[in-house]
Write a protein that binds this ligand. Structure first.
Ligand SMILES: [Zn+2]
Length: 186
């Protein structure tokens, strides 16, 4: 599966990919991914023991690459949702009640599904003015970035949501619940 890695590196201009490049590559190699995912000759699927099948290095490398790129691609699916919700937010006229409804509506997406998005991918330059492209894969000296322009709405949406939710505490019941659970965990 060396070719799959080489191909994605060649596709990317200075290793910065667009989401559409990701999409093409993921669908092209989807069958290989599923095959490797399901490959097992040691019988672990039947007896609940961990799989001990030997896989060669290039297959392992391919799987890691595929999973990494798939993960960031899944986030890109929220871009349009984020764009719409940023626009909706602008119509709320600073009303606390409306902001709370807005937070409730996106709670599952913003708090659960996007939980680690900024932590995993957002990085600024030293002056904190420019967003770096998103580092999707980093292994053995190979770095693959995805163009941050394809995620701008999502980044802005998550930052706005977090500001309203965590800092301005516009939906305190949900925040208190999270804070309570955090205390229980430590
Ligand atoms: Zn196995």
């Amino acid at each position: 599966m060396k070719n799959a890695l080489n191909e994605i590196l060649l596709t990317s201009n200075n290793k910065v990919l667009l989401v559409k490049n990701l999409k093409d590559w993921l669908s092209k190699y989807y069958d290989n991914y599923v095959q490797l995912l399901e490959y097992c000759e040691c019988g672990s699927k039947y007896d609940d023991l961990p799989c001990v099948c030997k896989r060669d290095n290039s297959n392992e490398e391919f799987m890691e690459l595929y999973v990494s790129l798939k993960e960031i691609f899944e986030y890109s699916k929220f871009e349009e949702y984020a764009r719409i919700e940023i626009n909706n937010f602008k119509k709320l006229c600073n009303s606390d009640a409306k902001i709370k409804d807005w937070l409730i509506k996106s709670e599952e997406i913003a708090i659960q599904k996007l939980c680690l998005f900024l932590i995993d991918y957002l990085d600024y330059d030293i002056e904190e003015k420019n967003i770096f492209h998103l580092l999707a894969y980093n292994k053995n000296g190979v770095e693959i970035f995805v163009d941050s322009c394809d995620f701008l709405n999502l980044i802005n949406f998550k930052q706005l949501y977090d500001e309203m939710f965590y800092i301005k505490r516009k939906y305190p019941e949900a925040l208190q619940k999270i804070e309570f659970e955090m205390k229980q965990a430590f």
